[in-house]
Design a protein around this ligand. Structure first.
Ligand code: FAD
Length: 502
């Protein structure tokens, strides 16, 4: 096993060719049930690419494990080498090369996607035991279709893996009520377990997770509400996420900023949910500025609920809100279609080449008390013409996040997720993409200079100093856990937090 791993490092072309001829021997010597690609095979695949499209690190080999045993064999083998690193790759939807391993081993967790799928009951609660490599989209379809059940907390887009989102947090419009996805999984070995959640892949590879389920509704009333004033938008968003009784609020609360213009991507046309709906700017007050705000909410219901009862609940909830009257866009869709809503965006972006071009995204959490200033300086000035993609902004509650996990969020109880999901036109040159990256940096620097209480979500730093700053007084715990669970710094080298120790 050790000798074979040693042979992954090609010393010259002749040896490299010999290795290519010998894939099956290597597989057998490691005793893997899955497969290995190395040399040209490894570098021709997708393991050196991600959704961000701005970094490319070539691995020496790509392993497609058949399950947890294969993953353990690979990690143990790497441990016995002096320089090998191992990156689990979920679906490669990172932005900055986090799932890559430069001349290391990439474990493509997608091959384990079907290894586990079992509904279990524990102390009156129902859970799904599922492979870390499973896509949330498949989890949704199987849970709803076969059992009428569903996880409580989601991401907006579901072609992400269970292990990939649990390594970060997993946030969407249900997180105000149930917390992020990492607050909705069960544990056996608490110390390792909590470190791994939001742990950026540093402490272990998630081969299986136990996800809390609830019964799935049949339908969703999905509504977009337009605001001209930032203060009214945030007041209503915060009201909805703070109501204690479930039936007093919507089941999903998000929001976004858009441009006050007829620009098809960034402006009014980006708001309506149905082609028959029209955004009539005549309803906007004279005071409206260069950007507008949209609260996006959804209410679950079942086919057996009379329509009048659903309307009554929605009307009662909307009565309390101060959106611009008549700029209210409701649709009724199935629960599954609602959760798969970004799939349509994906299809569209793939068709026009914007899915495969670089995505210099910025995701952050900004505390409530700094958001008004952020809004003035960033949304109303720097980004007032839009970013060619959604600018999400919606509140979350810190009390729904477990401090024992590794993820970092601001100190205040209410903080906002801010996501700049840029889709630059295809074929932008490197210089244009760099400008957008620099603009992101400028925004982060502004937050630092103003002393904001904020954290990067999907953090990307290059120096230990910056990582120390990110983790603050929890850096020592993070570093000590690394020492305990991955003493040679083998795992997730693409995060660039620790360097391999020989
Ligand atoms: P990868 O990008 O492949 O991996 C991410 C990191 O986790 C890497 O460091 C990798 O080594 C590690 N990792 C992967 N699998 C495992 C595992 N099994 N065990 C341990 N470590 C592992 N996030 C949200 O929270 N909410 C959203 O609404 C949301 N929407 C998105 C929409 C799009 C279009 C995209 C591209 C991303 C979105 N994300 C969202 C971000 C997403 O959560 C991250 O990209 C996350 O990394 C999951 O992606 P992945 O499964 O492809 O993981």
């Amino acid at each position: 096993m050790i000798a074979c791993l040693g042979r992954f490092v090609p010393e010259n072309d002749v040896e490299s060719r010999a290795e290519n001829d010998d894939v099956s021997t290597i597989c057998k010597s490691l005793g893997l049930k899955g497969s290995i690609d190395f040399g040209v095979g490894a570098t021709n695949g997708s393991a050196d690419k991600d959704f961000g499209g701005m970094y490319s690190y070539k691995p020496l080999a790509v392993i497609r494990p058949s399950g947890a045993d294969d993953v353990a064999v690979v990690i143990k083998a790497a441990h016995l080498q002096s320089n090998l690193t191992v990156a689990a790759r979920g679906n490669g939807h990172s932005i900055n090369g986090q799932a890559m391993a430069d001349r290391g081993l990439v474990i493509d967790m997608g091959s384990t996607g079907d290894s586990h799928f079992e509904i279990v009951k524990v102390k009156g609660s129902t859970y799904l035991d599922v492979s870390g490599g499973a896509l949330w989209e498949d989890v949704l379809k199987r849970c709803v279709e076969d059992f009428g059940l569903a996880p409580r907390s989601w991401t907006d887009y579901l072609r992400l893996t269970v292990g990939g989102t649990l390594s970060n947090a997993g946030v969407s419009g249900q997180a105000f009520r149930y917390g992020p996805q990492i607050s909705n999984v069960a544990h056996r070995q608490p110390e390792l377990f909590f470190n791994v959640l939001g742990g950026l892949g540093q402490f272990g590879i998630i081969t299986r997770a136990r996800v809390l389920l609830q019964s799935a509704p049949d339908k969703v009333r999905w509504i977009r509400l337009v605001y001209a004033e930032f203060d009214e938008f945030t007041r209503d968003a915060e009201l909805l996420v703070s109501l204690k009784e479930e039936r007093e609020s919507f089941d999903y609360v998000e929001g976004f900023v858009f441009v006050n213009s007829d620009d098809t991507v960034n402006g009014w046309p980006s708001v309506p949910l149905d082609p028959a709906q029209v955004f009539d700017p005549a309803h906007l007050p004279q005071t409206a500025g260069s950007v507008l705000y949209c609260l996006e909410v959804a209410l679950h219901y079942n086919n057996s609920d009379p329509r009048s009862a659903v309307d009554a609940v929605v009307d009662r909830l909307l009565e309390r809100l101060g959106f611009v009257s008549k700029l209210n866009f409701p649709v009724d869709v199935s629960y599954v279609d609602f959760l798969l809503r970004v799939k349509l965006v994906e299809e569209h972006a793939r068709a026009n080449g914007m899915w495969d071009s670089p995505h210099p995204w910025l995701n952050m959490f900004v505390s409530k008390s700094n958001l008004a200033e952020f809004n003035r300086a960033v949304f109303n000035e720097i980004l007032k013409d839009g970013i060619n993609g959604p600018m999400l902004v919606y509140p979350l509650l810190r009390s729904k996040w477990d401090d024992r996990t590794s993820v970092m969020v601001p100190e205040e109880e209410i903080f906002y997720l801010v996501a700049l999901l840029r889709f630059p036109p295809p074929h932008e040159d490197g210089a244009s993409i760099k400008k957008l990256v620099d603009q992101n940096r400028g925004i982060v620097q502004y937050c630092k200079d103003r002393g904001f209480d904020f954290k990067l979500f999907f953090p990307h730093y290059k120096s230990e100093e910056e990582w120390k700053c990110h983790f603050g007084d929890r850096w020592t715990r993070f570093r000590d856990s690394k020492k305990a669970f991955d003493p040679k710094h083998i795992l997730a080298p693409g995060q660039k937090i620790f360097s391999r120790i020989s």
